[in-house]
Design a protein around this ligand. Structure first.
Ligand code: FAD
Length: 394
């Protein structure tokens, strides 16, 4: 099924909004110490999106999500500017968290935590990864050391986390911990918590290569966090399963947004090479330059098709684990090539902050690592190849 007219109309509105209203803000100096937009700037952009009817555009007024193919159109347009996704409330980790709560939360939890997120009044953080120096959860989430135990009507959580995007400004947290409770021993639990909470302390915010997300990616200490039992998301011990529910569509959403970013980078690079002269003719007429942008065009189209294919698989009701792995690898690696070539054809200008091309390059570099590094996806696909072979050959 192709995306609905409703999705196409919304995507066109989002595109017009981002290009006309948001792109001019890319020069706005309101940035935090590490280059991300300040809370004040994000709030201003959100109000513009609200007024334009494009706030949280991938979720319909009745609370239902557009299907993944419709979402792909909308999120790609919101990604045309790194500020577009923040303005429209389609950014990570909120978009993935909304999806997870929408699919696993009880009506009461949805009312309390999801409703304000959809309305753009709350932001969230997802607490899964743990410090490498403690050998905690990373590429392998099953190494989780943050632990939770039942204490009467509460759960008590202790541990450490890192790379927690937006933790400093989030008002809602989804905290993952390994269960020490007899009934769910060794499985993971997910808790919805109000932030800030004195038991969840930011110990450091490292500077990172990417700068799109307010608050950066924090290191966290969790000491005796007490969470009422009815704020558990889903069932005790099933947290790793829910992480999969979140991760397939969430990694696809990253593909959609950064595809938008790279489409824009290609537009900016195209404009540059058509205006800039070298050796008596415009850069575009030099084969070395023209071929780079032609290769980009091919990569961008392949990304679009792959996203659409994977979205169709998810829309058909599959978890899409293998398909989203393939898509994440193909798209993140292709977009890296695209962004790199855009930088290259723009010469020195490509590495300056005169345009968003250099930021897109940095953002896409990080994308090859989060939501599963390329190698981990390839490794899990290799395991599937072996499994399928064994099944076929007895
Ligand atoms: C910008 C950014 C934002 C993030 N936001 C969040 C967030 O909001 N919440 C959260 O919980 N986490 C977040 N993360 C963490 C992210 O999910 C992890 O960085 C990722 O899962 C990898 O874990 P790690 O960094 O511990 O790498 P490690 O586990 O140390 O792995 C290092 C490298 O080893 C290689 N490797 C690992 N396993 C295999 C294998 N089986 N085969 C071959 N090679 C392998 C890969 O190249 C991998 O990159 C974020 C990360 C980044 C960079």
């Amino acid at each position: 099924m192709s995306p609905s007219d409703e999705a196409r109309i919304m995507a066109a509105r989002v595109e017009a909004f981002v290009r006309e209203k948001i792109v001019p803000y890319e020069r706005d100096p309101r940035r935090d110490h590490h280059g991300a937009p300040t809370g004040e700037l994000v709030a201003e952009l959100r109000e513009l999106a609200r007024a334009e009817g494009v706030l949280t555009p991938h979720i319909k007024p009745d609370g239902h999500h557009f299907d993944q193919r419709g979402t792909a159109l909308i999120l790609t347009k919101s990604g045309l500017s790194p500020l577009g996704m923040l303005a429209c409330n389609t950014q990570a980790p909120d978009e993935g968290n909304m999806y997870l709560i929408g699919h696993v939360g009880t009506p009461r939890l949805k009312e309390r935590f999801l409703t304000p997120m959809i309305a753009g009044r709350a932001t969230s953080a997802f607490f899964m990864t743990e410090p490498a120096e403690l050998n905690g959860a990373g590429a392998d989430p099953s190494m989780m050391i943050t632990a939770c135990r039942k204490d009467g009507n509460h759960w008590v959580v202790n541990g450490r986390k890192c790379f927690i995007t937006g933790a400093g400004s989030a008002t809602i947290g989804i905290v993952m911990a390994r269960s020490e409770d007899r009934d769910s021993l060794g499985g993971a639990c997910m808790f919805l918590v109000d932030l800030p909470d004195p038991a969840i302390r930011i110990t450091r915010v490292p500077n990172t290569i990417d700068t799109a997300t307010p608050g950066g990616h924090a290191e966290i200490s969790i000491e005796n966090l007490r969470v009422p039992a009815d704020q558990m998301l889903g069932n005790a011990g099933e947290g790793f399963k829910y992480a999969q529910v979140r991760l397939s569509p969430a990694r696809l959403s990253h593909c959609m947004r950064w595809l938008g970013g790279c489409i824009r980078a290609q537009e900016i690079a195209t404009d540059y090479v058509n205006r800039r002269m070298a050796f008596g003719k415009p850069l575009i007429d030099h084969e070395g330059v023209g071929f780079m942008l032609a290769e980009n065009l091919i990569d961008l189209k392949q990304c679009e098709l792959m996203i659409d294919w994977c979205a169709g698989v998810l829309d058909a009701g599959s978890l899409g684990t293998a398909e989203s792995s393939m898509t994440k690898v193909a798209v993140s690696e292709a977009l890296m090539r695209v962004a790199d070539k855009c930088v290259q054809v723009m010469g020195g200008t490509g590495v300056t902050d005169k345009t968003i091309v250099e930021q897109i390059f940095r953002e896409v570099r990080a994308f090859r690592i989060y939501d599963g590094p390329t190698e981990v996806h390839k490794w899990s696909l290799a395991k599937k190849i072996k499994r399928d072979w064994k099944q076929a050959n007895g």
